[in-house]
Design a protein around this ligand. Structure first.
Ligand SMILES: Cc1cc2nc3c(=O)[nH]c(=O)nc-3n(C[C@H](O)[C@H](O)[C@H](O)COP(=O)(O)OP(=O)(O)OC[C@H]3O[C@@H](n4cnc5c(N)ncnc54)[C@H](O)[C@@H]3O)c2cc1C
Length: 305
């Protein structure tokens, strides 16, 4: 599928919607990674569905990217198509205490929308970058809540092209993970929209809380350098950051990658890192923590390519 002739044909059919050989370092918060063969930004739901149909017909593998804030793309890049939803799935609506947000809406915009409409329940997600689709997929959250807590239902697009409404009971929601009860769905389920059940509250109080949450984040996290947030999941009953710190890795550099001095579970790009630097540093951390504490840290960041 990767041959030039085919890429050209596809670009001719979809025009500026599809780019070839797009550097993923431009589209991920870590700012590393090789090129994607094809990079598509559909402008409408119709165009998105046509693209998915085209991929199915031609056996092209595709992957959805939201904000790219939880992704480490390898230096070898991505064979197949990256599909970005921010231009086609960006509506957000309120229905009493419920908010329906499409997958391409920024998570920050969902939090702000909830505050503006005096609805409580999304403040935990303030400061989490990326999109609603990515946040649902990752069950993103903090110590005070996660996306799955408020999720009432999801509308998804299956690789067959069929749309489905999934109720909460159709989902498996766990720590930084969301999957489907129906295992026949496979891996290519595209989240189109999430519906969140919130509760009425005083907007001023929510605004004050938001201010405190964002301040706390700013103090505890390295915001000056590119990263993908916490690199590893917290193991049961322990903090990955604390284990990495105790293993002596705070501030440790490898090539252009560094374990943040401010938060040991953040691997930052000092400016010149490649994906291999970050992967090699992550492997060193895993080995040392495993040898020292007999705990195997599992990446929270999705490593793709
Ligand atoms: C500075 C910083 C702070 C962070 N803090 C937190 C935090 O406090 N808590 C936390 O949980 N995370 C945190 N993260 C990680 C990240 O921001 C979250 O996981 C975020 O929700 C990912 O959203 P995204 O749109 O960027 O997803 P992406 O990184 O683009 O994608 C993540 C995964 O979701 C899939 N995906 C995305 N959209 C869809 C869709 N519509 N349908 C199907 N699959 C989809 C992708 O294929 C990929 O597998 C942080 C990251 C950074 C850089």
């Amino acid at each position: 599928m990767t041959n030039r002739h085919f890429q050209k044909q596809l670009a001719e059919r979809f025009g500026a919607t599809v780019r070839c050989d797009e550097p993923m370092s431009r589209h991920t918060s870590l700012k590393v990674g090789g090129t994607a063969d094809l990079y598509a930004i559909p402008k409408s739901l119709d165009e998105l569905e046509t693209l998915i149909g085209y991929c199915r017909e031609h056996g092209i593998e595709y992957m959805i990217v939201g904000g790219g804030t939880n992704l480490l793309v390898k230096d070898s890049g991505i064979r197949g198509m990256i599909i970005v939803l921010t231009h086609c799935l960006n509506k957000i609506v309120q229905d009493q205490s419920r908010i329906r947000a499409m997958a391409g809406v920024k998570t920050a915009a969902l939090c702000r929308f909830a505050i503006k409409n005096s609805l409580n329940g999304m403040n935990f997600a303030l400061g989490i970058p990326g999109t609603v689709g990515g946040a649902i997929c990752m069950n993103a959250g903090t110590a005070s809540g996660a996306m799955g807590d408020r999720l009432e239902s999801l509308t998804v697009l299956l690789s067959s092209g069929e749309r489905q409404l999934l109720k909460r009971q159709d989902l498996d929601i766990s720590y930084r993970k969301l999957s489907w009860q129906n295992k026949l769905f496979g891996k290519d389920v595209l989240i189109l929209e999430g519906s969140f059940m919130l509760e009425p509250a005083d907007a001023k109080m929510l605004e004050q809380q938001a201010h405190e949450i964002l301040n706390r984040r700013h103090q505890s996290q390295p915001t000056r350098f590119p990263s993908a947030g916490c690199f590893f999941k917290n193991p049961d009953g322990a903090s990955a950051g604390q284990l990495i710190d105790l293993a002596g890795f705070k501030g440790k550099c490898l090539g252009g990658a560094q374990v943040s001095e401010k938060h040991a579970n953040f691997i930052i790009n000092r400016g010149s890192a490649c994906a291999d630097d970050i992967l090699a540093l992550a492997k060193m951390i895993q080995e040392k923590v495993h040898n020292t504490f007999d705990i195997l840290l599992e990446p929270e960041v999705k490593i793709v390519g």
